[in-house]
Structures are given as structure tokens and as C-alpha cells.
Design a protein around this ligand. Structure first.
Ligand SMILES: *Cc1c(COP(=O)(O)O)cnc(C)c1O
Length: 366
């Protein structure tokens, strides 16, 4: 753990808000269950903390990408005496023994996966993923057709959920969602009596036709807006503050940073913060992004470099801009989606890129 004096800045992760976000989503789902996708370290925030918090809130279905992630999280849960189902989106990858040993549920993504699981682990639960429009993972349309002709291929399988994944759920106008819903319903006729799961975060906002038995939100739990273009119904979970290392007086015709991309126009003040692209603060924010100091918006001037970013703090009350002071970079006053917009990316990438040189503070006060 980095100390406040030796780190690039402070990353505060509000686990109470994470829990509230899960409850907010759950309250929209009528009788359907609300799971949680905590792959990639819970989108960078810390999967061990997230699983304990959400498990205590009543969540029982967790999804990760890799078997390694599942093994780690099973150990975390055992250590604190909690139980939950952990599903592996990436599939069994021939590692059946590990899956059974750590009580992990693989998502079977092909007929080959299904044959493998049926032969090696006939009793152990598994999910089946139907590809309805991503062409990424899951049974392809031709494999679904094959199943129609040869339903014995899934006979005897202990199916936990039949799942599919939406490609455009944040787009409320596209016909893609309804098309995928239709394909999913068609495929589900092959699995009578099985539980089903389709909606990711934004899918929860498409209406109850998309709920089935279980939703699998990720992004919205961590404060990313599942309804882009409309007010964010979720709370901000992270606050990232960068520490000022130096404040300097500048004047024309000085320039700032690599490539001399910012030209000083007159007398002013530049604050240099110890956070850069090596910390996941994107270089594409150069001359575009901004922070907040003392309630004043402070623009990034010049290029974001590896460990440093320069802000124009000329308009900030003088006593607030000093070495050791913290500039807000992401958080309640600068939502992660706004930072992503300025950087030309999505909130998912901002969160999963957050580096390891911050002092991390986990808040759990309700
Ligand atoms: C990542 C993922 C999710 C979660 O999606 P969000 O948009 O973050 O809510 C759900 N299902 C699958 C299959 C995923 O890969």
C-alpha cells in the first residue's frame, strides 16, 4: 500500500456506493436476480473487496473472465466464510479439474466445450452461452441449428443458466436489441425449464422483456452511466485525486511539456501533478482534459507525460494551489464518463486502466 506522501495520488473507492448501485439495479429487476460482473479486478477497483461487499449485500451470482480470477475469488470468499456462485465467462479451457476443485461454473461457449464438459464432468453445473449477435463467444447460429437436430448433445447436462450478451444495449433506438432478444428466445426453446440471463448494465434499462431470471451488470455497478445521453442513475464509486508536486509562474512566450504543444499567452500559474499515462491517466487528455481544484475547473495544458500532468491553475485562489494539494481528476464532480469522452474512449477503459501507484482507500461507511 502506497502512503499519501509517497504516491502519485489518492484513489478512493466507495464500497458503500458500490453496494447502493447494486441495490439500485436490483430494485429495477422485479423478481429477476441481480448478479455482478467483477472481471478484470472488478473493472480495476478490486475484485476481492467487491465480491465480499456484494455477497454481503445478497448477490449470489458473480461473473469473471478467467479461471485464475475465479480461483482467487473463491479463496477470498472461503477466507471470510462466504458462499456464492462464480461463473467463468471464458469457458472451461480444458481445466475441468481446477473448476471442480474450486467450485467454479464454466460458461460453455461451443459444442466442443459442451462435449468436453459432458464427458469429463457430467454432474458439475455449467452455463451455456448462445451467440445472438456478438460473434465473439458462444454457440454460433449453425451450432444452435445442430443442437436442434441433435438435442442429445445437451442431455444430462447440469445447466445453471443459458446466457447471451447484447451488442448495443446502450443504444435504445437500434433494432439490434429486439433482434437479439428474438434469437435468444428461439434458442431457449432447446432448453425447456432452464434459467436464462441476457441483460448487462444497459440491458436492465431496456425493459422487463430483457430481464429473464438474472441480469449481469458490470459497468453500472462502478458508476458508469448505463443510459448515455440521459442523467446517470448510478452513483460515482471512485474519486481520483492527483497530488501537486510544484506550482510555477509562467509567462509568454514559454511553452509547456513535450512537443511544446501549449503556448503560454500571458502571466499565469502551472501546477504539475504526479499522475501520468503510466497511471492510466490517458495521454489523449493532453490539452483536452481538466481537473478541479477548490471548485475551479483547471484545464490540462500541454501533453500528459508518463508520470506528470500540467494544469493551468491561474484562476484558482492562490492559497489553494500549492505542493501537496490535491486536484480532482475523476469522481463525483468529474464523472468517469466525462473523462472518457474527453479522452476519446469509454469509462470501462478508464477504470480498468487505473494504475497501481495510487494510495488506495476503501470506504465502507454507510
Ligand atoms: C463484461 C460482460 C458483462 C457486463 O457488461 P457491462 O456492460 O459492464 O454491464 C455481461 N456479460 C458478459 C458476457 C460480459 O462479457
Amino acid at each position: 500500500m502506497n502512503s499519501p506522501d509517497s504516491s502519485a495520488g489518492i484513489l478512493t473507492i466507495d464500497l458503500a456506493e458500490l453496494k447502493r448501485n447494486w441495490q439500485r439495479l436490483k430494485s429495477r429487476l422485479n423478481s429477476a436476480d441481480c448478479g455482478a460482473v467483477i472481471k478484470a479486478e472488478a473493472y480495476g477497483l478490486g475484485a476481492g473487496r467487491a465480491i465480499v461487499q456484494l455477497c454481503q449485500a445478497g448477490c449470489t451470482e458473480f461473473f469473471v473472465a478467467l479461471i485464475d480470477e475465479g480461483v482467487y475469488l473463491r479463496k477470498v470468499l472461503c477466507d471470510v466464510g462466504l458462499k456464492a456462485n462464480i461463473h467463468i465467462l471464458g469457458g472451461p479451457m480444458a481445466a475441468g479439474q481446477t473448476l471442480e476443485e474450486f467450485n467454479l461454473i464454466p460458461v460453455l461457449n461451443s459444442l466442443v466445450d459442451i462435449a468436453f464438459w459432458k464427458e469429463k464432468h457430467p454432474q458439475a453445473p455449467a452455463d451455456i452461452h448462445i451467440d445472438t449477435g456478438m460473434a465473439r463467444l458462444g454457440l454460433s447460429p449453425s451450432e444452435v441449428e445442430m443442437l436442434q437436430k441433435e438435442p442429445q448433445r445437451i442431455k444430462g447436462l447440469n445447466i445453471s443458466y443459458v446466457i447471451s450478451h447484447l451488442a448495443c444495449s446502450e443504444d435504445f433506438k437500434t433494432t439490434m436489441n429486439a433482434d437479439q432478444l428474438k434469437s435468444f428466445h428461439q434458442a431457449l426453446t432447446l432448453f425447456p425449464g432452464c434459467k436464462a440471463s441476457l441483460a448487462n448494465s444497459s440491458g436492465i434499462f431496456l425493459g422487463d422483456k430483457y430481464f429473464f431470471n438474472l441480469a449481469r451488470p458490470g459497468a453500472a455497478l462502478y458508476g458508469i452511466n448505463p443510459t448515455p445521453g440521459k442523467p446517470n442513475p448510478m452513483g460515482q464509486v471512485i474519486r481520483l485525486q492527483g497530488k501537486i508536486l510544484q506550482v510555477r509562474e509562467v509567462n509568454a512566450p514559454q511553452t509547456v511539456g513535450y512537443g511544446a504543444t501549449h503556448q503560454i499567452k500571458g502571466q499565469g500559474l502551472i501546477a504539475t501533478v504526479g499522475v501520468g499515462y503510466a497511471d492510466g491517466y490517458p495521454r489523449s487528455l493532453s490539452n483536452r482534459g481538466f481537473g478541479f481544484l477548490g471548485g475551479v475547473q483547471v484545464p490540462i495544458v500541454g501533453r500528459v507525460s508518463m508520470d506528470l500532468t500540467t494544469f493551468d491553475v491561474s484562476n484558482v485562489p492562490e492559497q489553494l494551489a500549492h505542493p501537496g494539494a490535491l486536484i480532482d481528476l475523476i469522481g463525483p464532480i468529474i464523472p468517469v464518463d466525462d473523462v472518457a469522452d474527453a479522452a476519446g474512449t469509454i469509462g470501462y477503459e478508464i477504470l480498468t486502466s487505473l494504475g497501481h501507484r495510487y494510495q488506495r482507500i476503501y470506504k465502507t461507511i454507510y
